[in-house]
Design a binder for this molecule. Structure first.
Ligand code: ZN
Length: 502
């Protein structure tokens, strides 16, 4: 492992910009030729000339200095699954991705990713997040306590801020012999797994100078018994940590919950008093009134806003399955706290922000909707509010020294009329030059300092290839990955005759 570059704790370090996206106490503001000064893990000054008496100056002239981005919904080590189902899949699963590979043939059969090198997968995911400017990430309950320990250790190594707890569920997905998706409900409804998650959080919360935070994670609204939801809410309250859950993510979920409870997924969570300011709802695109659910608008968004819950919006992953949260602007206008998540892959906050804005406009046929300011605010202040943090997602004295420098000298930016609009619509995450968390540089010149990039890439590729090669043993009818999920073009070995067609 390469050593991390770190600033001596009491030294005054200044980033001399460039444009600085600073926080005035209520919203972001742009300072041209500004500076940000931090001592240890805290920002102490922001403004023009603030760098005057700094011990060390990082030159960011011509560049953009932004708060560290916050991904409030990530499956950090999930690489092989959703890559398989791109462009293909069974129509009866209604656009779902994970139902193509998540179910097992039997309750005790190995899971989909049984052959994976979880260490390689997790480190690659964390590195990708950091390289796209994410300084804080909420992982949606990857693995059990054993995998969770690895994740916490890797987060400590690379320096990211992590919100996590092992995920809990009342039911698991199974395949019938003819490929139908079934559910197997746990006898204890998930109570034992929740107890284990609570123990895990007690053990790890606050580690690595407080960068690791516990979070109670319930996998899915669809698979959560009311008793588990109530117990999770109580547990999170006792621990003083947040709660997150997938909600209103699938069309079939909307209809099944509606049919069995009489409530929409959001209404169901409200009916068991689950919602509150500590709750982050993953995806939440199928609120009532969505054009794909065939149910009139009856106030889901007001319910979310009234309870203070937040939504983690991950437009890229759902767009790949032909879906979208239809009216981001309406969520915001209703008072819902919207944050941005990177979901499964490629953990690219820049792409998520661009899609959030573009799809927010396309869905409403309104060029004014989901503007750059709204989306950038969601990726920063929205994420901070979702995690109930007043010291993240902003550059102001007293805030954590979590910062990102984006290389705006790159020619792909072209003329910059408005740096935030340029960030959303012209930049890519490859322009992230330096990332600082708690005052410590963790990415420099676009490279994660803790790990070697080519080793990470080779590791995650070998790991994913093992899962794909072993898919036949996992599939209910013994099909290979290539049979079930045809690649774009057939493999060509060059043995058969080639011509130019015609
Ligand atoms: Zn998810």
């Amino acid at each position: 492992m390469m050593s991390q570059a770190s600033a001596p704790p009491r030294q005054r370090t200044a980033i001399r910009g460039g444009w600085v996206v600073a926080f005035d106490g209520s919203r972001h503001r742009i300072i041209s030729d500004g500076a940000v000064v931090f001592v240890g893990d805290r920002i102490v000054a922001v403004g023009v000339g603030a760098e005057a008496d700094a011990d060390t100056v990082i030159d960011a002239r011509g560049k953009l200095v932004i708060p560290g981005l916050i991904s409030t919904h990530a499956h950090i080590g999930a690489h092989p699954g959703d890559r398989l189902v791109l462009d293909v899949g069974r129509r009866e699963l209604q656009g779902s991705g994970f139902l193509h590979y998540e179910p097992r043939k039997a309750l005790h059969a190995p899971p989909f990713g049984a052959g994976e090198d979880t260490g390689a997968a997790l480190r690659f995911g964390l590195a990708t997040l950091l390289r796209s400017g994410v300084t804080t990430v909420l992982d949606m309950g990857t693995g059990d306590a054993i995998v969770g320990r690895e994740l916490v250790r890797f987060a400590g190594e690379c320096g990211i801020r992590l919100y996590y707890g092992p995920g809990v569920t009342s039911a698991h997905y199974l395949w019938s012999v003819d490929g139908r998706v079934l559910r197997s409900w746990r006898e204890d409804g998930g109570a034992g797994a929740l107890r284990d998650a609570v123990d895990f959080i007690k053990e790890h919360h606050g580690r690595y100078d407080g960068r690791v935070h516990g979070m109670v994670i319930i996998h899915e609204t669809f698979n959560a018994a009311p008793a588990l939801l109530r117990a999770a809410k109580t547990a999170a309250g006792s621990l003083g940590v947040g709660l997150s859950i997938h909600c209103a993510e699938q069309v079939f979920e909307f209809h099944e919950i509606l049919r069995t409870t009489g409530f929409t997924p959001v209404g169901y969570l409200a009916s068991v008093d689950f919602l509150g300011p500590e709750v982050v709802l993953g995806h939440c695109l199928y609120a009532d009134g969505h054009s794909r659910v065939g149910y009139p608008y009856a106030g889901d968004l007001e319910t979310i806003a009234r309870t203070g819950s937040s939504v983690a919006h991950s437009p890229v992953a759902v767009a790949r399955r032909g879906a979208m949260l239809e009216d981001l602007q309406r969520y915001v206008d209703c008072g819902v706290t919207v944050s941005i998540g990177t979901d499964s892959y490629p953990h690219d906050m820049f792409a998520e922000m661009q899609y959030a804005s573009m799809l927010g406009k396309v869905a409403t046929r309104n060029h004014e909707a989901a503007d750059a300011a709204t989306v950038f605010t969601a990726a920063t202040l929205g994420g901070a509010k979702a995690l109930r943090r007043t010291d993240l997602g902003r550059l102001c004295p007293g805030a954590k020294a979590d910062l990102v420098i984006v290389d705006f000298t790159n020619p792909r930016l072209g003329p910059v009329y408005d740096p935030v609009k340029a960030l959303l619509h012209c930049a890519t995450s490859d322009l992230v030059e330096r990332v600082i968390v708690d005052g410590i540089t963790v990415v420099d010149r676009g490279e994660v300092l803790a790990w070697d990039h080519s080793t990470l890439l080779a590791g995650v590729r070998a790991s994913s290839r093992r899962v794909w090669d072993g898919f036949r043993a996992h599939h209910w009818a013994g099909r290979t990955a290539e049979e079930e999920f045809p690649p774009s073009f057939q493999a060509w070995t060059g043995d058969d005759d080639a011509s130019c067609g015609g």
